[in-house]
Write a protein that binds this ligand. Structure first.
Ligand SMILES: Nc1ncnc2c1ncn2[C@@H]1O[C@H](COP(=O)(O)OP(=O)(O)O)[C@@H](O)[C@H]1O
Ligand SMILES: [Mg+2]
Length: 352
C-alpha cells in the first residue's frame, strides 16, 4: 500500500452519484493531478480527503493510518484553494502563524517557523503587509506558506493557480513544483487544465463523471491513452472508427479503407475498434511512399510559427496533421496532393 491509499471512495448528493468507487494509491512525495472537466468530482474528492464531507463508502489512508473518522483539524492536511481565503484583516505573518497558534506552538517557535515559510515562498520582507497590499501571485504564495507551515502529511491544491494570468501562472507552476520537490510533500493538485497537469505532475488521474478513467505518468497518458475520452481531453487526436481486416486493411465505418502501418494486429482483427493517431505523429510527403499510406489533399493551413497545422481531406474524412516548419517557410500549400503515413508504434488501438 502506498503513502496515500484511497479505496472505493463513493459519494452521492441527494440521488446524484458524484463519486463512483475512486481508487488511488500513490508513493510518498508524489505530485498527482486530478484532471477532468468541470463537475466530474475533483473538488468532492479533495473535500472527502480533507474531511469536510463524509463519504458513503470507501476508506482513506495516509501513511498507513486510517483517517476517515478524524475531524478535519486532526487530519494534518494542508489546503490551498482558488480563492485563497486569506484573513483580510491579518498581516501576512499573522495569516501564516494562524495554524501554529491553533496547535499551541510557543511564540518563539511560531516566529521561527513563519520566517522559514516566508523564505520558502520568497516573501521575506512582506511580514507586515495585509493581503490587499499583495499581488495575486503573492497572495497565492502566502496561502501556500500557510498550508505548509504546519508540516502537513499531505498537500491539497484545488485549482489554486487558475485565477492567475497566464504568465504568472506558469511562473507559479515552476515555483510550486520546486517547493514541493524540496520538501518532498505528497501533493494532490486539482485542475481542469491539461497543460498544467502535464507540466507539473509525476502522475495524472484523468476523471470523468465521478470515475477515474486512467492513472499514469503524463507521458503514458499522452502516448498511450486508454480511450477516446483521454486521447481527446489531453491534446488532440485523429480517430478512425472501423475494423481491422486481413492484410493490414482497415475498413472505415464510411466504407472506405486504407492500409495500416506494418505491425501485429492479430489480437484485434475483425473487432470494431478505433485507431487513434496524434497530428504530430503523421508524416506528410509529396511523393508516394513505398510503405502503407493514405492519399489526401490539403484543405486548410494554420501557421503557428515553428509549426503548421494542416487539415487534410482524405477517405471522406478530415485528418489533422501537425508539421514542423523549416527555414524556407511552410512546405505545403492549399490543394497540394499529399501522402500521409505513420509508424504503428505511434498509434493506439482503442475500443471506446
Ligand atoms: N454539496 C453539494 N450538494 C449537491 N451537489 C453537489 C455538492 N457538491 C458538489 N455537488 C455536485 O457534484 C458534482 C461534482 O462536483 P465537484 O466535485 O465540485 O466537481 P469539479 O470540482 O470536478 O468541478 C457536480 O455535479 C456538483 O454539482
Ligand atoms: Mg472543483
Amino acid at each position: 500500500m502506498g503513502y496515500l491509499a484511497i479505496k472505493n471512495l463513493s459519494k452521492s448528493f441527494q440521488n446524484n452519484k458524484v463519486l463512483d468507487r475512486i481508487n488511488l494509491d500513490i508513493e510518498k512525495g508524489t505530485f498527482l493531478s486530478l484532471l477532468g472537466p468541470s463537475g466530474c468530482g475533483k473538488t468532492t474528492t479533495l473535500r472527502l480527503i480533507a474531511g469536510f464531507e463524509r463519504q458513503d463508502e470507501g476508506t482513506i489512508n495516509i501513511g498507513g493510518n486510517m483517517i476517515d473518522r478524524l475531524p478535519p483539524y486532526k487530519r494534518n492536511i494542508g489546503l490551498v484553494f482558488q480563492n485563497y481565503a486569506l484573513f483580510p484583516h491579518m498581516t501576512v505573518s499573522q495569516n501564516i502563524a494562524y495554524g501554529l497558534e491553533q496547535r499551541n506552538f510557543t511564540k518563539g517557535e511560531i516566529k521561527k517557523e513563519v520566517s522559514k515559510a516566508l523564505e520558502m515562498v520568497q516573501l521575506t520582507g512582506y511580514e507586515n503587509r495585509k493581503p490587499r497590499q499583495l499581488s495575486g501571485g503573492q497572495q497565492q504564495r502566502v496561502a501556500l506558506a500557510r498550508a505548509l507551515v504546519i508540516k502537513p502529511s499531505l498537500l491539497l491544491l484545488d485549482e489554486s493557480l487558475s485565477a492567475l494570468d497566464k504568465k504568472l501562472r506558469v511562473d507559479m507552476q515552476i515555483e510550486l513544483r520546486q517547493i514541493q520537490k524540496n520538501i518532498g510533500i505528497t501533493t494532490l493538485f486539482v485542475t481542469h487544465d491539461q497543460e498544467e497537469a502535464m507540466t507539473l505532475s509525476d502522475q495524472i488521474a484523468v476523471m470523468k463523471d465521478g470515475k477515474i478513467i486512467q492513472i499514469d505518468t503524463p507521458q503514458k497518458i499522452y502516448e498511450k491513452p486508454i480511450n477516446t475520452f483521454v486521447a481527446s481531453f489531453i491534446g488532440q487526436s485523429n480517430f478512425f472508427y472501423g475494423k481491422i481486416k486481413d492484410h493490414l486493411q482497415f475498413e472505415l465505418q464510411n466504407g472506405q479503407s486504407f492500409l495500416l502501418p506494418h505491425g501485429d494486429y492479430s489480437l484485434n482483427k475483425g473487432q470494431d475498434c478505433i485507431i487513434s493517431i496524434r497530428p504530430e505523429k503523421i508524416r506528410m510527403d509529396r511523393n508516394r511512399p513505398s510503405h502503407p499510406h493514405i492519399q489526401g489533399k490539403v484543405k486548410f493551413i494554420t501557421y503557428v510559427g515553428n509549426l503548421s497545422m494542416y487539415l487534410i481531406e482524405a477517405l471522406g474524412l478530415e485528418i489533422r496533421v501537425q508539421n514542423q516548419n523549416h527555414n524556407d517557410g511552410v512546405p505545403f500549400e492549399i490543394n497540394d496532393e499529399i501522402f500521409l503515413s505513420w509508424d504503428s508504434g505511434n498509434q493506439s488501438i482503442l475500443f471506446e
